[in-house]
Design a protein around this ligand. Structure first.
Ligand SMILES: Nc1ncnc2c1ncn2[C@@H]1O[C@H](COP(=O)(O)OP(=O)(O)OP(=O)(O)O)[C@@H](O)[C@H]1O
Ligand SMILES: [Mg+2]
Length: 236
């Protein structure tokens, strides 16, 4: 049995008085890619925000690498190995590419050392443009930069919220290749996606969320072949 690097049990959260998640359970094992799919408004982004300490979880329990981390602050969580790329506004447009990476590493008291070069090696397109403003990048390049920034802290678990949203089909393929490469290098990934087919194709397991609750879960291949999932999300 593989280690559980992220475990969420009975997560209840929302915005102000409005409860959005009514007790969600999700597990990510070491080295896995796990997809969360489901309709608009299901609470997928809300779940990632709750795991990353941006929304209060009550009741519910979240643990990272076996250690209870419920309602810890994001800066504490990143030091424990959690990374997060939000769905929108995930780069600083008025900063350069290099400054964006610097922001990714600001919580490290002893600086980022050789991490810049390691990250630039994974994203050679960014390496050649490190002095350029992020605001001038294309949508796909911005997503690359957002991924690159999250990798500056060498996370053990990375939360990705729709990394392929509004990209061209070619760029979608490139982003998924990069996600697979990040996973190969030892980072477990929890991936929220609208591109259901592509997401399940790179994933080991998947969860379907609907109206703030777990609806279905299983091996990614099984979900791809599941009739209900096909009808609802794959257009088959
Ligand atoms: N900041 C907010 N304040 C109040 N309600 C919010 C806020 N963000 C999201 N919601 C509500 O929470 C519910 C779940 O939203 P969420 O963004 O988690 O859905 P999602 O599954 O990520 O959808 P999508 O696929 O469209 O990204 C929706 O009803 C939404 O209107
Ligand atoms: Mg969302």
């Amino acid at each position: 049995m593989k280690n559980r690097v992220l475990e969420a049990e009975g997560v209840v959260t929302g915005y102000g008085e409005v409860e959005i998640l009514h007790g969600v359970d999700i597990v990510v094992h070491e080295a896995e890619i796990v997809a969360i799919i489901g309709p608009n408004g299901a609470g997928k982004s809300t779940f990632l925000k709750a795991v990353f300490g941006l929304l209060k979880v009550d009741p519910g329990r979240i643990s990272l690498m076996g250690e209870e981390c419920t309602n810890k602050r994001p800066d504490e969580l990143v030091l424990k190995g959690l990374g997060y790329v939000p769905q929108v506004d995930n780069v600083f447009a008025s900063l350069t590419i290099n400054e964006n990476l610097e922001m990714g590493a600001y919580v490290l008291s002893d600086g980022a050392g050789d991490r810049y070069e390691r990250v630039y090696e994974m994203f050679p397109d960014l390496a050649g443009r490190r002095g350029e403003l992020a605001g001038r990048l294309s949508g796909g390049q911005r997503q690359m930069l957002a991924l690159a920034r999250a990798l500056m802290l060498d996370p053990k678990v990375l939360l990705l919220d729709e990394p392929s949203a509004s990209l061209s089909p070619k760029m979608v393929g490139v982003i998924f290749e990069r996600i697979a490469a990040i996973n190969e290098s030892g980072t477990a990934i929890l991936l929220v996606e609208q591109n259901t087919k592509e997401a399940l194709s790179v994933s080991d397991r998947g969860y379907v969320l609907a109206t703030g609750e777990n609806r279905l879960e299983g091996e990614a291949r099984g979900l791809l072949e599941n009739e209900d999932v096909g009808k609802l999300y794959l257009g088959t």
